[in-house]
Write a protein that binds this ligand. Structure first.
Ligand code: 5GP
Length: 194
């Protein structure tokens, strides 16, 4: 998605060879127009998948997921990283090791919101080693929901998340795939135009 790639080139900050900071439009301040376009793009890519719910993880997955849910006309659920007082049992949960925080947390979703009748699209802001996405897939599996695929805003193609998810037979759609963050530069993977 060219608009997203341009935004990453213009505003992204390469923190190391493996971490990109995009605080100005996705991870802290949010660019609503860009999020709207991202929502339209995901909705088009998964138009024929029969999606009934979108499942993401707090907090940075919420904006792109909500915009996608708006276009597809389906609810958006975000897995919680911390148990709230009102979310105690009756939960699906999974352990997720955070690439950026270097700690394991338990994510959870109320059993009220995903059922075996659902066709779920998983979404997240970044795909690195795939831990967050695999945690979401585990929750969908526990609910016996059908998985439509995984929608990622920024995939770091040099890490192994996407191959891990594809190996399990799921379709991964990433709007920008970064090939390298070497030398402080963002290099994108060339898209094959068919
Ligand atoms: P994974 O679970 O695939 O290893 O990592 C994905 C999660 O880690 C995302 O939810 C995202 O919040 C965070 N993350 C991974 N890599 C980056 C990165 O380069 N930049 C930012 N801002 N977040 C990242």
């Amino acid at each position: 998605m060219d608009l997203l790639k341009k935004k990453i080139q213009d505003e992204g900050k390469v923190l190391s060879e493996s971490v990109l900071k995009v605080d100005s439009f996705l991870n802290h301040q949010i660019d609503p127009i860009l999020m709207q376009k991202i929502g339209e793009e995901f909705a088009a890519r998964f138009a024929d998948a029969g999606i009934t719910k979108i499942l993401t993880i707090e907090s940075s997955g919420i904006a792109p997921a909500t915009m996608t849910g708006l276009v597809l006309g389906v609810p958006v659920i975000f897995a919680r990283k911390r148990k709230s007082l009102t979310l105690t049992d009756h939960l699906y949960s999974a352990e997720v090791y955070s690439f950026t925080k270097k700690e394991t947390s338990e994510i959870s979703v109320s059993k009220d919101f995903i059922t075996s009748d659902d066709v779920v699209l998983m979404m997240d802001d970044f795909l690195a080693n795939g831990q967050a996405a695999l945690g979401l897939l585990s929750i969908a599996e526990q609910a016996k929901a059908k998985v439509a695929g995984v929608g990622i805003v920024i995939e770091k193609g040099f890490q192994n998340g996407s191959s891990q998810i594809r190996e399990r037979g799921f379709n991964v759609e990433s709007l920008a795939i970064i090939e390298s963050l070497a030398d402080g530069q963002v290099t994108f993977k060339e898209e094959v135009v068919s």
